[in-house]
Write a protein that binds this ligand. Structure first.
Ligand code: TYD
Length: 202
């Protein structure tokens, strides 16, 4: 099974991934944990180019293609082989981030992003995607304005949120929204329940 996590900046995605990892370890379930962009040598090099705050002149299409290039390398080198071995793969962000950030917020359109990502989409789509459903204004304070995407405007990040919501509606149930509770453990329980319901974990 292929599980992905999505959401805006600073919504507690990393914390929730850590809680999920703890739960899976405690219950003796193995998984492969990866993040995007990155998780292969080549993808990590591409990540540096994409997120470098100095690269202010980067064209949105270049940006979308770099995310896709990093993703294809990860799909071919890591995700597909792991899924073929029957492993559980858990990825922090995937193609839905490209749709929300480059498709909606950068105004390239969801269809263009799906075209650019056709190989990844064809060969490897998540079985379930957990969308941590928190609006940017509710999580803004936690965001460090360090990398090129974090430094984008509030309006940009609002569009990212709207993009995730739109894609969720079109996903036929694949993207599941989980609204974070003030108690992070409660949020974690909700996520675990959704993953159990989807048959991804026990
Ligand atoms: P990262 O530090 O991993 O962010 P986070 O902890 O919020 O997941 O940086 C990844 C950044 O890249 C983040 O701002 C989201 C953005 N992104 C895209 O714009 N398109 C994509 O396809 C992916 C995977 C990420």
């Amino acid at each position: 099974m292929f599980v992905t996590f999505e959401g805006c900046e600073g919504v507690g995605k990393s914390t929730q991934l850590t809680f999920l990892k703890e739960y899976l370890e405690k219950t003796g379930q193995k998984a492969l944990y990866i993040r995007e962009p990155g998780s292969t040598d080549i993808s990590e090099q591409i990540r540096k180019v994409i997120l470098d705050p100095k690269n202010t002149e980067m064209d949105p299409i270049t940006e979308a293609m770099l995310y896709a290039a990093s993703r294809i390398q990860l799909v071919k080198q890591v995700i597909k082989p792991a899924l073929e071995r029957g492993e559980l793969v858990i990825c922090d962000r995937y193609v839905d981030s490209s749709i929300a950030y480059q498709g909606y917020a950068r105004n390239l359109g969801a269809d263009t992003i799906k075209e650019i990502n056709a190989i990844a989409i064809k060969e490897c789509m998540p079985d379930i995607t957990i969308f941590i459903d928190l609006k940017p204004q509710d999580s803004w304070r936690k965001v460090q304005l360090e990398d090129r995407m974090e430094k984008e405007s509030r309006d940009f990040h609002n569009k990212v949120y709207d993009g995730f919501v739109e894609e969720m509606k079109k996903s036929g149930g694949r993207i599941v929204a989980v609204k974070p509770d003030i108690d992070k453990k409660v949020t974690s329980r909700k996520i675990i329940e959704e993953l159990i319901k989807a048959g991804a974990i026990k």
